[in-house]
Design a protein around this ligand. Sequence first.
Ligand code: C5P
Length: 195
Amino acid sequence: MKFCVAIDGPAAAGKGTISRAVAAHFGFAHLDTGLLYRAVGMKGGDPTQAACTLCAEDLARPDLRSLAAGEAASRVAVLPDVRAALVAFQRDFAAREGGAVLDGRDIGTVICPGAEVKLFVTASAECRAERRWRETGEGSLAEVLEQVRARDARDMGRADAPLRPAEDAITLDTTTLSIDEAVDKALVIIRARLG
Ligand code: C5P
């Protein structure tokens, strides 16, 4: 069975947590596509070359979850050649037997426009900054909020594959939801589609 769940949204909205829970619940494979861009950003050298030669070792770096890696990712993610180099891998993953969950910024709009379920997971910038700040333990809350806002502006404002909900995406605002509540809402939507 092929069944693709596309989960998009801004940084620290809860996409990763929801995606992992959904994948575990239904036994689907999960791909955090942000890691691909983080690995390209941290590899150094020419970003397009880095994207074309990305390997398992690059994806296993221990610093990929840092704020610096997130910043580096959003800088290389504006480059059309970098995005193009990562498309085939993501589409192949989405088409695997047994179901797949992909989370990122352009999954429902560009990578898998035919996905069976599209969720757009969001939350206020203040709430997302606080989550990211607690998670990473880096910098001050004010600095992290500034970075979140800058990253939103870059991700939404780029010409190629900007962050936006697909027309047929269901928006899930997690600002006032607990993790369990957010996951439950996602499970209900997906279960309805699975029939
Ligand atoms: O989701 P995460 O915070 O790990 O993503 C890091 C950055 O990678 C994002 O801010 C975005 O610029 C880029 N990205 C993207 N498209 C994706 C996933 C991530 O442009 N599908």
